[in-house]
Design a protein around this ligand. Sequence first.
Ligand SMILES: C[S@@+](CC[C@H](N)C(=O)[O-])C[C@H]1O[C@@H](n2cnc3c(N)ncnc32)[C@H](O)[C@@H]1O
Length: 167
Amino acid sequence: MVYRPREDSRLLKQAVTSLDLEDKKFLDMGTGTGYIAEAALEQGADVTAVDIDSEAVEQARQRIGSRANVCQSNLFTDVEGTFDVIAFNPPYLPEAPGGSVATVSGANGAQVSRRFLEQYPDYLKSGGRSILVTSSRNSLDLDGAQVLGSSSLWFEQLKVVDVEDGF
Ligand SMILES: C[S@@+](CC[C@H](N)C(=O)[O-])C[C@H]1O[C@@H](n2cnc3c(N)ncnc32)[C@H](O)[C@@H]1O
């Protein structure tokens, strides 16, 4: 089941569209339906969008295929080049029945995000920005990172953080 855009997606979109993306190389990691990638395209970015899930890749291709480079990749495995902006709304919930690759990420909810944090520096241009969605429901500690946006729901607090700036 491909993840439909929700509160976290909208929060990330707000952060992304507040940036000057004209002619910038933009990577939408875990693109899902291509919602964030499409927003970056509308801001004039040169967009690459990847997802581990082949069904998501198919849906994103239908949405933005001819305007962006869309491919299947487990994080950066099949990503080439470097980017001015890398954005990721990762799976961030602890493993639970009914969870999927789109929502859960190991026992503490942070497994995929931690791997992303280890790998993204090799794909970011000097002076670039790496933007990640985090949730109070997982164990990821990004206290040093600049908060670009947040949203409090009754069951969790979501933040969009710039991990390149101060992390
Ligand atoms: C929370 S959804 C976000 C989807 C979309 N970006 C949005 O904001 O609506 C997380 C997405 O990350 C993808 N994903 C999970 N693990 C991944 C990995 N290791 N590499 C690439 N994508 C991954 C999932 O398939 C899913 O589409």
